[in-house]
Design a protein around this ligand. Structure first.
Ligand code: HEC
Length: 131
């Protein structure tokens, strides 16, 4: 009983001490209202869309998408052009033609939009090395 009281008092004292510390005049004073607001930091550049990143993982991912339609095996391709093993320059040139509106197609003109030259070259190189 007595011990409980002592502990209770000790807890109360600690709690009060905490309150006092929080209100102590040594706490940082609020910034004076006259201080002009700091100039806003320059906005960070917007993140690059994934289609412009030529990291190996991203190129593998993009090439994987191409290979969903452009099968690697003639038997599964069903008339679809096979890209795997083709010359990288030939793949890239055809891709750019779709992208730049110089070649017609059912779907490639849409797919090719948004891939910059760095990605086109990297994906084409990847596909040319795919067997
Ligand atoms: C949804 C299916 C599909 C996907 C995904 C796809 N393609 Fe195609 N691709 C086609 C079709 C269909 C054609 C024939 C042209 C057309 O109709 O657009 C074609 C044609 C091509 C050609 C011309 C080949 C030739 O010999 O004439 C190239 C190069 C090509 N695609 C590259 C790519 C690349 C690179 C990717 C991945 C970024 C890709 N394609 C993703 C369907 C696809």
């Amino acid at each position: 009983m007595r011990r409980t009281t002592v502990i209770s008092v000790a807890v109360a004292v600690i709690a009060l001490a905490g309150t006092a510390a929080a209100q102590s005049p040594t706490a940082a004073p609020p910034a004076p209202a006259a201080t002009p607001a700091p100039a806003p930091a320059a906005a960070p550049p917007p993140p690059k869309p994934p289609a412009t990143e030529t990291t190996p993982a991203n190129i593998r991912l993009i090439a994987g998408n191409c290979l969903v339609c452009h099968s690697e095996s003639a038997s599964a391709a069903g008339g679809m052009p096979i890209l795997a093993g083709q010359d990288a320059k030939v793949i890239a040139a055809a891709f750019r033609e779709f992208r730049d509106g110089k070649r017609h197609g059912t779907i490639m003109p849409r797919i090719s939009k948004g891939y910059d030259d760095g990605v086109v070259d990297a994906v084409s190189a990847y596909l040319s090395k795919t067997k």
